[in-house]
Design a protein around this ligand. Structure first.
Ligand code: GLN
Length: 299
C-alpha cells in the first residue's frame, strides 16, 4: 500500500524532480536552473490533474490525491522532466486572456507575441470592417485575438498544416469567434487575388543552425514553425516580397522576429519598397516586431 499523497508533498517532490532535471540539462549546456519555474510547472500540472485552480492547491495543501491523480501526476512530471513543455502536457495555453488548445502540431503562443496583436490593433480602427490576414496561424492565437477585439473585421488565417488548422478551428468554435476564416496552404498560396488592410505574422525566424532547436524544450515544437534558413530570415523575405501583392494602398505589414533581427528586417522592408518602416520592443525590452507600409507610390 502506498502512503496517501497530500498536495503539499506531491508539489515538494515534483519540484525537486524538476529542479534535478534542470540541473541535468545545464550539465549538457542548456537552460537555467530556476526553482520558481520548477514549482510553477508542478503547480500547473497538479491543477490540471486535479481539475482545480492553483489557489485551490494553496488553500487545501493537506488534501490527498486519489490513486488515479497520483499516477497521472507522476507520469506528467516524468514527461516534463524529460523536457516536454507544460502546454503540450495540459493541452492548453493562455494568450490575450483566451484559453487556447495547443498540440505538438502548433507552436505554443508566447507572451511576447501579444505585442504583435497590440500593434495591429493600434492600426485597426475599433469599428472598422477591414480585412486582416494572419500567415502561419498555428493555434490561431494572433488571428483570434484580433478577430475578437475587432468584431466587424474579417480575418483570414492560413497555415500549411491541416492539423494546426484543425486546432485553430476548434479554438474559434470554443471561443464563439465567427468573423474568421481558415485556409490551408503555404503562406499566400490560398489567397489568389485577396487584398488586406493589415497582414500580420509570427513566422519561423530561428536559424536552422541554432542549437536550441535540439537542446531545449523547443525541440518538441514544430520545426517548420520555428526555423527558417541559416539566418532565420528566409520566410520573412518571402513574406515581405509577396505581401506587396496582397496589401491595399497604405496597408500595413507587421512581422514578429528575433531580438537580433530588427535591423535586418528593417533592411528587407526598405529593399522591397515599404515605407514608414519601424520596429518595436517587447516586454523584455528586446526588438520583436517590425512594420512597414505599402504605399500607392510604390505601385
Ligand atoms: N520566439 C520563439 C523562440 O525563440 C520563436 C518563434 C518563431 O520562430 N516564430 O523560442
Amino acid at each position: 500500500m502506498t502512503l496517501p499523497l497530500s498536495i503539499i508533498r506531491a508539489l515538494q517532490h515534483a519540484t525537486q524532480r524538476l529542479v534535478a532535471a534542470q540541473e541535468r540539462a545545464i550539465a549538457k549546456g542548456s537552460a537555467n536552473a530556476d526553482p520558481t519555474v520548477a514549482r510553477l510547472d508542478a503547480e500547473a500540472l497538479l491543477s490540471f490533474v486535479m481539475n482545480c485552480t492553483r489557489s485551490h492547491l494553496h488553500t487545501w495543501p493537506e488534501r490527498v490525491l486519489n490513486d488515479a491523480q497520483a499516477q497521472l501526476f507522476n507520469i506528467l512530471i516524468t514527461r516534463r522532466a524529460a523536457g516536454e513543455p507544460v502546454a503540450y502536457l495540459t493541452g492548453h495555453r493562455e494568450f490575450w486572456s483566451m484559453t487556447l488548445e495547443v498540440t505538438p502540431d502548433t507552436l505554443i503562443p508566447r507572451p511576447e507575441t501579444e505585442l504583435l496583436v497590440e500593434l495591429a490593433l493600434q492600426r485597426i480602427p475599433a469599428d472598422s470592417a477591414w480585412r486582416i490576414l494572419d500567415l502561419g496561424t498555428g493555434s490561431g492565437a494572433i488571428a483570434l485575438a484580433i478577430a475578437r477585439e475587432r468584431p466587424h473585421c474579417h480575418v483570414i488565417a492560413t497555415d500549411r498544416s491541416p492539423a494546426a488548422l484543425s486546432v485553430a478551428r476548434r479554438n474559434a468554435a470554443t471561443l464563439s469567434i465567427t468573423n474568421i476564416e481558415f485556409r490551408a496552404g503555404d503562406w499566400f498560396a490560398p489567397l489568389q487575388g485577396d487584398e488586406f488592410h493589415v497582414i500580420v505574422s509570427n513566422p519561423p525566424y530561428v536559424s536552422t543552425l541554432d542549437p536550441r532547436l535540439v537542446q531545449t524544450s523547443i525541440r518538441f515544437e514544430p520545426l517548420s514553425a520555428l526555423a527558417s534558413g541559416v539566418d532565420g530570415l528566409s520566410d520573412i523575405r518571402t513574406m515581405a516580397a509577396t505581401a506587396r501583392q496582397h496589401l491595399i494602398n497604405k496597408g500595413w505589414l507587421l512581422l514578429e522576429h528575433g531580438h537580433d533581427q530588427g535591423h535586418a528586417v528593417a533592411q528587407i522592408l526598405h529593399d522591397y519598397g515599404y515605407q514608414e518602416v519601424g520596429h518595436h520592443q517587447d516586454i523584455a525590452g528586446l526588438d520583436r516586431v517590425s512594420h512597414g507600409r505599402w504605399g500607392y507610390k510604390n505601385r
